[in-house]
Design a protein around this ligand. Structure first.
Ligand SMILES: O=C(O)CCCC[C@@H]1SC[C@@H]2NC(=O)N[C@@H]21
Length: 259
């Protein structure tokens, strides 16, 4: 694999976790997926990069991050009993982990915006891209990608709501420290998932969900504005919004946005 020449270090941070540090890569998710297809990967292998040349976000967007300033990482997780229908709990476990790690730095109004954006105030400081390998009705394994804006201070003008922890707390954050916090949290919450602690994961997620129970303006896929409040997540992982007439409607990822 030609990409292996970028490896800076490869070590174990504890008995369970192998960590590969790269100076540059196309995408840590793509790199790990390639390793998985070559069967080179143990459970909880972590890939961290200083820079991505083709970082990927949700819904075919790009994830751009200034070289060496932020956390760019992917983790490989194996599952034996996780059904595709339980995907939302994996999403909860990962979002909660990033949230809890960032919480240590006390950025203002930290929240998870459904499904898995990390916000401080109204600004996005982190995103998550989970790519699954499926067999029949189960998730066999996942590559969990996390992009967290840590010390970047300047963002492209076309991303007015992008920010970083440093911008929010006016202090530089140690990248190695926050990496370890995210990994500790991931080990904890992925274990909860493997232990089928679904109610606990849902409770943790809903407690910090952005605008939960707060009357808000939304836009549907036909660009129609409407008022409502988020009341929960359906069993299929859709956003449940209570409308003014007290009916509850469910929305998939492409079907609704905040205004
Ligand atoms: O759109 C989003 O909010 C998700 C962004 C996820 C970005 C991370 S950075 C590390 C990993 N590698 C990628 O190419 N994407 C994810």
């Amino acid at each position: 694999m030609s990409i292996l020449c970028n490896i800076e270090t490869s070590s174990y941070i504890n008995t369970r976790m192998k960590i590969i540090k790269l100076s540059a890569i196309n995408s840590t998710n793509s790199f790990l997926k390639e390793m998985v297809s070559d069967s080179m990967v143990d459970d909880f292998t972590v890939v961290v990069a200083k820079k991505q040349t083709s970082g990927r976000g949700q819904m075919d967007t790009k994830w751009v991050s200034e070289n060496g300033k932020n956390l760019i990482m992917s983790v490989f997780c194996k599952f034996s009993e996780l059904f595709i229908a339980q995907q939302k709990f994996l999403n909860y476990a990962v979002s909660i982990s990033v949230f809890e790690a960032v919480k240590n730095y006390k950025p203002p109004k930290l929240a998870i915006k459904w499904p898995n954006d990390i916000l401080s105030e109204k600004d996005k400081i982190g995103g998550i891209l989970i790519e699954n390998s499926l067999k029949k009705d189960k998730i066999q394994s996942s590559v969990v990608g996390v992009g967290l804006n840590v010390n970047q201070e300047v963002f492209p003008v076309d991303l007015p709501n992008a920010s970083s922890i440093k911008k929010k707390i006016n202090k530089e954050v140690d990248l190695e420290e926050i990496l370890n916090l995210v990994l500790q949290q991931l080990q904890l919450n992925i274990q909860l998932l493997r232990d089928k602690q679904y109610e606990l994961l849902e409770e943790k997620y809903l407690r910090v969900l952005y605008k939960k129970n707060v009357p808000s303006m939304f836009k549907n896929s036909q660009n129609v504005l409407f008022m409502g409040k988020i009341v929960g997540i359906s069993s299929e992982g859709k956003l449940q919004i209570e409308l003014n007439d007290e009916t509850i409607q469910e929305f998939g990822l492409k079907e609704v946005s905040f205004v």
